[in-house]
Design a protein around this ligand. Sequence first.
Ligand code: ATP
Ligand code: MG
Length: 396
Amino acid sequence: MQTLFEAGAKIIRKLNERGFEAFFVGGCVRDFYMARDIQDVDITTDAKPEEVESLFEKTIDVGKVHGTIIVMAEGTPFEVTTYRTDGIYTDHRHPDEVIFSNRLNEDLKRRDFTMNAMAMAEDYTFHDPYEGREAIEKCEITTVGYASDRFGEDALRMVRALRFMSVLDFGIEEETGVAMTANAHLMKHVSVERIVTEFKKMYNGVALDQAKVKLVRTGLARHIPFFSEITDDDLLKSRVDDLLDELIVQVIRDPSLKGSLHHLKLSNKELHTVKGCAALHEALEKGDHPLEVSYSFDEDILERFAAANDQNHLTQQSSLLQKAQALKLSLPISSKKDLEVDGRDLMELYSSRSGPWIKECLNIIEREVLFGRLKNNHNDIIDWVKTHVKVESASI
Ligand code: ATP
Ligand code: MG
């Protein structure tokens, strides 16, 4: 942590030498004050983006119009952003225009919560005009300025409040909480991707339960895709510490929710995980053979489901699940690709007659091998095919 600040301090000193103001700002200052681990260090300055670019050797333009330039120092990227005030917000999410400023306090004023609106000089002195440290001492999330206005400007801040509640184990100051309830309906203006990003952090936080209670009590959940379809009870009842696990538990409780998963715009991998766990649940409920279950589902799906099941009792078939997990290590093949014959081998056997029979035949071989009735050995399989597959049927 110290080294991140030391590398950042070099950037600040260089800006200072050229007559510019520059400070550490935002989350890193909050986390430094709270003695929490620091992931990234942001810098705020009165230097304009072009001036920042001209001062440093390695820079990346990531959002010059918004004032942000990345400066590389000792191999680490630092976001250096020009002091700015935000113009009017007509879409309840983004300012219509960004106005550069030369006053630190103006830049701090546009920030969401008092604990996030502190700056720190390279000698570790604080600039804390909105009493962020006091809020931290009280473990309280308070907006900078009038909460209702701030949430009206940018509705994402309400979800950020929940995220910080969970991650920092903080409460929400009264007026801020009241304004969340009053402005909950504005969530419709926020892109689901941004909500999901905050939710992932919220779900990984240490105080998720209290954040979920707030999510329900403020009515925010009613205005968030997918979550709006879960009853308050079901949402509060689940025992999870990850967003995907929440989705898994809810989709298993109410399979009709599967159709709404796509609203969350998850990655294909994430969707595969949630849907895979739901399919595994179905296979278990059907009482499929443990070998079948073991073979049909990836190890991470089995593990993920088992962990969620331990906490939420999703199935009565836990012993079937355990058997399937145990069998995973001794499966003769893990997919069709592992078979020692392929379609070409079969075609050669029957003078290159291709057709759907090849797929059907491979499916049967796959099951014979899986259930241990046939060895996964090229010659054994070919012999088996010769005795079991008739030329006439092969030509269908
Ligand atoms: P983390 O530790 O997760 O990075 P953070 O406080 O640094 O937390 P970021 O999303 O990285 O959060 O934002 C950096 C800073 O930018 C915040 O501390 C806050 O000052 C400001 N900020 C971020 N999002 C908003 C917003 N929607 N409205 C106002 N200020 C914001
Ligand atoms: Mg940050």
